[in-house]
Design a protein around this ligand. Structure first.
Ligand SMILES: *Cc1c(COP(=O)(O)O)cnc(C)c1O
Length: 380
């Protein structure tokens, strides 16, 4: 059977060029001097993509490894850590912090809106005795992008190290790591960059390195211990054998991104057209502001259920959409428009199929979703 078109918020469709790169002949990545150059050059391309001069590491493991490695390496028992929480990932970050002995203080913000910067500013005026803060760039389950550009400079003003989970935003949303004073930005291979799952990458500022290298208590664990990576380039030594084929694939995906004139604008234009069309048809989005340009989260209409919509989309149209988990389970469905999936023709096909599925399920729509989508694509 033909594989379904995966319009999920990650993993995303992997381009043929990336798949071919992964089939390239390999060398011994621990011994071949050329591979050290290749790894460094790949990190340099990521610096360009992330707009940073800070060190970059690519680690073998899915996006969650980046989150855990940041927590394991930065946090010492008793450190006060601010967890900025307006969604499932923001809240879950606190669990990682606790695992490594951090004393978590949550700053909670409305789950249907982007983080309220003014409220955060007032909160920090009263209490800013934090070593580290964690936050999420795009809350993938709810489809909300947070104003990292305002939050991180604010944290920096108080000398708080910012750790930003940008796994579902890197490549699809504007991101200027250094201008926005982000100490650690965390990304993954399988979302807007459209490489297969398996790699995480992160940037480390001088401030973050200082905290990692000057701890009172040694770092627990090996795979998540970023201090081993401090001198990999000088010493031509990796803490473990690198997943060379995965890195070939990621490199090609990054190059495809860098070669395109304005991939972020493509996400903005298509993201906007998708949500406008859904709203104009009478459907209700979960977020009320801070709309993500990489994923759209829609309330399941009262006439039907997520299972029914999902089954029709998959069985009758061979299109996979996303559900959600946690408190959003069965309440919403999600359309990913990330990376290689963020293409007009793919969203047209998806909207047309969704239109058919919802109409069959007796959901009243004011107009056809695919027609609205085309109109909204032309308007901008
Ligand atoms: C996808 C994603 C991750 C990686 O987590 P998985 O659930 O293992 O895919 C981390 N953070 C965010 C915000 C994500 O969207």
């Amino acid at each position: 059977m033909k594989k379904p078109m995966i319009m999920t918020p990650g993993p995303t469709y992997v381009h043929e060029d990336v798949r071919k790169a992964m089939a390239e002949e390999i060398t011994n990545p621990d011994l071949d001097q050329n591979f050290f150059d290749y790894y460094r050059e790949t990190c340099n391309k990521l610096k360009e993509l992330l707009h940073t001069k800070n060190d970059i590491l690519i680690l073998s493991g899915e996006g969650i490894l980046g989150l855990e490695a940041a927590c394991a390496s930065l946090i010492e028992p008793g450190d006060r850590v601010l967890c900025i929480d307006n969604g499932i990932f923001g809240n879950g970050f606190g669990d990682f912090v606790k695992m490594y002995g951090g004393e978590v203080v949550y700053f909670q913000s409305d789950y249907r809106r982007a983080v309220d910067v003014e409220k955060l500013e007032n909160f920090l005026k009263e209490d800013h005795d934090f070593k580290i803060a964690t936050l999420v760039h795009c809350e993938t389950p709810s489809g909300i992008t947070n104003p990292v550009d305002h939050i991180c400079p604010l944290l920096n003003k108080y000398g708080i190290i910012s750790v930003v989970d940008s796994v579902s935003a890197v490549g699809g949303e504007p991101l200027r790591t250094d201008d926005w004073k982000i100490d650690m930005i965390l990304g993954g291979s399988q979302k807007c960059l459209s490489a297969p799952p398996g790699l995480t990458f992160l940037s480390i500022s001088d401030n973050a390195w200082r905290k990692i290298l000057n701890r009172r208590v040694a770092i627990t664990g090996f795979y998540t211990n970023l201090s081993h990576w401090k001198n990999w380039d000088k010493e031509k030594w990796f803490p473990y054998t690198q997943p060379i084929s995965d890195i070939y694939g990621l490199r090609t995906a990054i190059e495809r991104w860098l070669q395109e004139a304005s991939p972020v604008e493509r996400h903005q234009k298509i993201g906007n057209a998708v949500r406008q069309s859904l709203m104009e048809s009478g459907l209700v989005l979960y977020p009320v502001d801070g709309y993500s340009n990489t994923v759209t989260t829609v309330m399941v209409p009262a006439e039907t259920s997520f299972q029914e919509i999902n089954e029709k989309m998959l069985k009758e149209h061979n299109i996979m959409i996303g559900g959600a988990f946690g408190f959003l389970k069965d309440k919403v469905f999600r359309i990913g428009h990330m990376g290689e999936n963020c293409r007009e023709e793919k969203l047209y096909i998806t909207m047309k199929a969704l239109n058919g599925a919802l109409r069959e399920l007796k959901v009243p729509l004011k107009d056809d979703l695919h027609r609205l989508f085309l109109k909204n694509m032309e308007e901008r």
